[in-house]
Design a protein around this ligand. Structure first.
Ligand SMILES: [Zn+2]
Length: 61
């Protein structure tokens, strides 16, 4: 009996090598930046598109 249910996790759909949080789009990333800046008082966060996984990551300067 093969049940795939146990594989349902919050993992990236693509087997990305990136350990960072990924965002599907710049909008998602910027959304997250706004949230983090409000809640954690982080500053100088910016989003960049990763050439490895093709998704967006956040980086601090
Ligand atoms: Zn990446």
């Amino acid at each position: 009996m093969r049940i795939k249910q146990s594989r349902i996790k919050k993992i990236n759909p693509i087997g990305t090598t990136c350990k960072k949080a990924i965002y599907n789009s710049l909008i998602d990333a910027e959304d997250s930046i706004a949230y983090l800046q409000e809640t954690k008082f982080v500053k100088d966060l910016s989003a960049y598109k990763c050439s490895v996984c093709g998704f967006w990551h956040l980086t601090s300067k």
